[in-house]
Design a protein around this ligand. Structure first.
Ligand code: ARG
Length: 565
């Protein structure tokens, strides 16, 4: 449910009854249990505009609040804070309702929009690296989240499949002769070998240059080679997607080359908008206040990364009709996106009301704080990294004997991949991220295993209980009350995480929820003899809603749950 909104309305009603116009109201979660569940801290600001004493304003709220609704108790604190306690009956009833709803009480947006999420975007001439891993994981989560909340999500994989390197690469592919599948398994090596050929043999180098021109002019033979190259390369990326369990398919690919035919129009449109300037033979856009111009066409006529992105922005806003376009790309490209977004808006390629955002993320580091590399300084192959995660996860699973070998393999995949994803999503995405196997595969702390373990624990309670649970929730103590209120916060958390494109808000929430649940479970026995039936039912229902919330939360993060760990 939209818990905050409900509380805001209750406060608003109190003001209305007192004849005060006080919109918008915004309550916050209480910082300490002794301050209640929520706090209204707006009295100070209102006092200024109404020229009154803040405590007087707070008093007005307390006097006019309807205490039979969502709020049960309100108290003034300090200079004019209002501490709010939620009504346990209402909280319990809302939890009951959430349990009856397959969406566990999270509404579908009433006003959905089309959102383009640009993520993954590997380069076909190079091995997919850890930066693309981060983009893929964060982008997929953002897409799942917006999709769950009801927006129409259009996933776009802006792969780098165009540029002068491809002349050399396809010339080499032709020379190697075989189907390319084996040699292209290691793109980095393939690139090195091709480059070595290029440097050593002048006639090969000439051919490579000739092939660049030929692909660009649409020569059939070269295009066939190029397509084959891209197809194999993309196939390797898809192996990674498949292992990761992300929802990216060929249909989502809108490669750089997709925009080739519209690049010339980008230049003429910029010219028409009076934004083009020549500098050293290149076509540039100079933005006010920016020292470095955006180069959109080189002196030899070639287009650039920025030109393609301008064409893509036009396509996404006008052909796809997106109202929000989110780029999940390394923070080091923030200068690029700032400029490109500005140019697109100023040139009218993208209407004013379209939200353009760079969902930036930091660099992946190893434990010693250096950029993530193999021992010999090479790029870590993603597929190897993911395979290792599965192997390590198998070691971490304690209930090995309860599984057949195939089932254990599957479990290890869920746990291992889940751990890699969760660790990435759980940090503030803009920070650099330290990749640490031990930390990510720990059962303690803010990890996927901690969540999956709690989920499995609850499933085992239900297995032991062995009966259908029917009845309603009755909150009997402070801890149950807090657990229930936390469960009801789920929708608010998702809404905010979607707005901020911040998956770590979801992981923080899950961590709080599970920690609270574990405490509840320790203190408030469920199946133990002597617990009366009504209390048992209520606690079972709270456990059930906790499990469902963990499951839904993890599903948005692209992580599966298991019944036994
Ligand atoms: N291929 C780019 C890279 O590896 C990422 C593409 C991001 N998307 C975009 N529309 N520019 O850096």
């Amino acid at each position: 449910m939209k818990l905050k909104e409900t509380i805001n309305h209750a406060i608003q009603d109190a003001f209305r009854k007192a004849g005060i116009d006080a919109t918008p109201i915004s309550v916050t979660e209480a910082t300490k249990p002794e301050f209640g569940d929520y706090q209204f801290n707006g009295a100070m600001a209102l006092a200024k505009s109404l020229k009154k004493n803040p405590r007087e304003i707070a008093q007005t709220v307390v006097e006019h609040l309807d205490l039979g609704g969502i709020i049960a108790k309100a108290e003034i604190a300090g200079p004019g804070f209002v501490n709010l306690w939620l009504n346990p009956n209402q909280v319990a009833a809302s939890c009951d309702n959430a349990l009856k709803d397959p969406r566990i009480g999270v509404a579908q947006k009433a006003d959905p929009i089309k959102v383009v999420v640009d993520y993954s975007g590997p380069n076909m001439a190079k091995q997919m690296h850890v930066g693309h891993l981060r983009s893929t994981i964060i982008g997929d989560t953002l897409s799942n989240l917006l999709d769950f909340l009801g927006d129409e999500v259009i996933r776009q994989n802006h792969i780098g499949d165009w540029g002068t390197q491809f002349g050399m690469l396809i010339a080499y592919l032709e020379e190697v002769g075989e189907d390319g599948n084996t040699s292209l398994k290691d793109l980095e090596q393939f690139y090195k070998d091709a480059k070595a050929r290029f440097d050593a043999d002048a006639s090969f180098a000439d051919k490579a240059r000739e092939y660049v021109v030929k692909i660009q002019s649409g020569d059939a033979h070269c295009l066939t080679l190029w397509k084959k190259f891209i197809d194999i390369s993309l196939g390797h990326c898809e192996e990674v997607y498949e292992k990761l369990g992300v929802n990216l398919t060929r249909e989502d690919v809108r490669a750089e080359s997709f925009y080739n035919d519209t690049l010339a129009k980008v230049i003429t449109d910029l010219d028409k908008a009076g934004m083009l300037q020549e500098s050293d033979g290149a076509q540039c856009v100079f933005l006010e206040g920016d020292e470095i111009p955006v180069i959109v066409q080189k002196s030899d006529g070639g287009y650039l990364y920025a030109t393609t992105d301008l064409a893509a922005l036009y396509y996404r806003a006008n052909v796809l009709g997106a109202k929000r376009i989110s780029y999940v790309v390394d923070a080091r490209q923030s200068g690029h996106f700032k400029q490109v977004f500005r140019v697109a808006k100023e040139a009218g390629f993208v209407p004013e009301d379209v939200k353009l955002e760079h969902v930036a993320f930091g660099t992946m580091m190893d434990k010693s704080g250096k950029p993530f590399k193999t021992r010999d300084g090479g790029t870590v192959k993603l597929i190897d990294l993911l395979d290792e995660a599965v192997v390590r996860a198998k070691e971490a699973i304690t209930a090995k004997d309860d599984y057949t070998p195939e089932a254990l393999e599957n479990l290890a995949r869920i746990v291992g991949i889940g751990a890699v994803k969760y660790a990435d999503l759980a940090i503030n995405r803009e920070s650099n991220y330290i990749f640490d196997w031990d930390k990510m595969l720990s059962f303690e702390g803010n990890t996927s295993l901690y969540m999956q373990y709690a989920y499995a624990r609850i499933q085992s309670i239900f297995r032991k209980y062995g009966k259908e649970v029917s009845g309603t929730i009755v909150l009997t103590d402070e801890l149950e009350h807090r657990l229930a209120v936390t469960l009801l916060r789920f929708e608010d958390i998702l809404d905010k995480a979607a707005e901020d494109a911040a998956p770590n808000q979801i992981t923080s929430y899950l961590y709080d929820l599970v920690t609270l649940f574990m405490r509840f479970y320790e203190r408030n026995p469920i199946l133990k003899e002597g617990v009366d039936e009504q209390t048992r039912t209520s606690r079972l229902l709270l456990a059930d809603l906790t499990a469902k919330t963990i499951k839904q939360g993890l599903a948005i993060l692209g992580i599966e749950v298991v019944d036994k760990l």
